[in-house]
Design a protein around this ligand. Structure first.
Ligand code: SF4
Length: 320
């Protein structure tokens, strides 16, 4: 392994977005208010370290509500849930705290408005992603899911029908552009959101990784394999011709990747905590002397309000 200095560039912005920060704060607040255990439906955000840290504090993650015992506090993850899940929680009398990102809720509302006006609603997104499942279950009458431009021609929507589209918040701008063009070409009168639903954090991180790729020989994206926005960051690095790896944490770094590399660019998905980047930098420093620089970029100052009301503590958790 060469001992020449490795230039390390950090993308700006990178890592936590306002929706992720809020969701984690909600879980922490629930732990303070009610004590452990607290149940969270699905990973609160897609990151193993975040999940493990909360588990150690007494949070229990479940996939479905029927895994939550009667009367326990249930939190919905940042990705949002369908109407059916919300109704099930209500019918079981579970005290619920909804940590859905407000930008996801905005998409639910937009889709609902189009559906109520009688439009066929097309959702641009990836099948199976929890945000997409939640959004699909929020639109009265259902939605048509498309992922690629080629999916548009297969849509079973009658000629002359009213059509509208909404999008998953964490896709790449380029992915949606192609699909939106195909939709507009087949349905010239299609309605869509004023500003595309790709959220500010996704856009900013994608712009930053483009800048990073222009100056780096290798891109490392810190983020979970099931994190949609992290995957998009890696894909953008690849599209720009740079070897790009998506890594959970420093233990995934293969020293062989650094052979012949003089500049490595690092970014992190919206659900990856800063500590993972710190650990990666420490590992790089063990392998080569490093020179660290943060690239110029957008300074984000977005924050989302916490829910106004937390439910009363269940009886068995009320302090005497
Ligand atoms: S990436 Fe965007 S939509 Fe997703 S949680 Fe963060 S702010 Fe909300």
């Amino acid at each position: 392994m060469s001992s020449s200095t490795l230039n390390v560039l950090l993308a700006q912005p990178r890592g936590f977005c306002a929706g992720v920060t809020r969701a984690i704060d909600i879980v922490e607040r629930a732990l303070e208010l009610y004590g452990a255990p607290i149940y969270v439906r699905h990973e609160i955000v897609h990151n193993k370290r975040v999940v493990e840290t909360l588990k150690a504090k007494g949070v229990i993650f479940v996939e479905e509500l029927d895994e939550i015992p009667e009367g326990e506090v249930a939190i919905f993850s940042a990705h949002g849930v369908s109407d059916a899940v919300e109704k099930e929680a209500l019918s079981r009398g579970l005290p619920v705290i909804d940590a859905t990102c407000p930008l996801v809720t905005k998409v639910h509302k937009e889709g609902g408005r189009y559906a109520v006006k009688g439009a066929h609603v097309v959702l641009i997104g990836h099948a199976g992603h929890p945000e997409v499942e939640g959004t699909m279950g929020r639109i009265p009458g259902g939605v048509h899911l498309v992922t690629r431009p080629a999916d548009v021609e297969k849509l079973e929507i009658p000629k002359g029908a009213e059509v509208a589209y909404i999008t998953q918040t964490t896709l790449s701008i380029d992915d949606t552009r192609g699909v939106i063009e195909a939709l507009k070409s087949r349905f010239p009168m299609i309605q869509g959101p004023d500003v595309r639903d790709i959220c500010y954090a996704t856009q900013n991180r994608q712009t930053a990784v483009r800048k990073l790729a222009a100056r780096s020989d290798l891109i490392l994206v810190v983020g979970a394999k099931n994190s949609s926005n992290s995957n998009r960051l890696r894909e953008i690095g690849l599209e720009l011709g740079k070897t790009s790896h998506l890594i959970d944490d420093a233990t995934d770094l293969d020293p062989a990747w650094l052979e012949g590399i003089s500049t490595v660019g690092i970014t992190a998905g919206a659900s990856a905590p800063d500590v993972l980047i710190d650990e990666l930098l420490a590992k790089l420093e063990c392998l080569r002397p490093i020179e660290l620089k943060v690239l110029d970029g957008v300074e984000e100052n977005v924050s989302f309000k916490m829910p106004e009301h937390f439910p009363d503590a269940p009886l068995h958790k009320k302090k005497a």
